[in-house]
Design a protein around this ligand. Structure first.
Ligand code: AP5
Ligand code: MG
Length: 193
């Protein structure tokens, strides 16, 4: 198995590049943002509760997202590996993920962190807001999401750095060039020298 985390602030390209990586390497994509938006659109009890946080640009409580991830891993026993997009976002989530993967006798192999200047993030997300229909793609909520990222999520990079699993990459090239950088890192790990 090969398990990858695509890490980075809101708008850094995690969703865009996940789609490219899934196509090239046939990993199972798990995006907590997509899973939560699906719960919201179906107005499940979990979705109704999560929406209150999402609309304010705040993180949904750890136990909610950890439960969703656990289910998703269990639903895909034959996956070649997983690509985690937008998860983990707190140290508690990172520790819970390690435990879930340990139960499956596997682990996180690589964390690729996309780095993009803040003004580009805002430009990208405001641009996406014109068509995405996402209630959190307004300039006010985008600013809050970025603040929440710095406060709670950025420290998660240090957690993986301590295990030697973190690789930072420039994420403000074109989509194609960024994918080339990501692929080069993935292939180093898929075929160790
Ligand atoms: P989530 O859905 O994860 O959103 P996010 O992290 O804020 O990030 P985005 O999806 O907005 O950006 P992205 O990095 O995927 O970029 P994308 O590829 O789309 O989370 C939403 C909310 O759900 C959170 O605020 C929270 O409430 C909750 N939540 C989710 N997970 C959670 C968790 N684990 N714990 C707690 N709460 C959680 O690209 C953005 C735009 O830029 C697109 O228009 C794209 O076309 C464009 N673009 C991409 N790459 C490039 C490029 N190289 N050049 C130019 N444009 C580009
Ligand atoms: Mg996304």
């Amino acid at each position: 198995m090969f398990n990858l985390i695509l890490f980075g602030p809101p708008g850094s390209g995690k969703g865009t590049q996940s789609a490219n990586i899934v196509q090239a390497y046939h990993l199972q994509h798990i995006s907590t943002g997509d899973l939560l938006r699906s719960e919201v659109s179906r107005q499940t009890p979990l979705g109704v509760d999560a929406q209150k946080y999402m609309d304010q640009g705040l993180l949904v409580p750890d136990e909610v997202v950890i439960g969703m991830i656990s289910n998703k891993i269990d639903e895909n026993p034959d996956a070649r590996g997983f690509i985690f997009d937008g998860f983990p976002r707190t140290r508690g989530q990172a520790e819970a993920l390690d435990k879930l993967l340990e139960l499956k006798k596997t682990q996180i192999h690589l964390v690729l962190a996309l780095e993009v200047p803040e003004e580009d993030l805002i430009k990208r997300l405001v641009g996406r807001g014109a068509t995405s229909g996402r209630s959190d793609d307004t300039e006010e909520v985008i600013t809050k999401r970025i603040k929440e990222y710095h406060a709670k999520t950025e420290p998660v990079a240090g957690y993986y750095h301590a295990f030697g699993k973190l690789q930072r990459l420039k994420g403000d090239n074109t989509i194609e060039d960024t994918f080339k950088l990501l692929s080069a890192e993935i292939e180093k790990h898929l075929q160790p020298a």
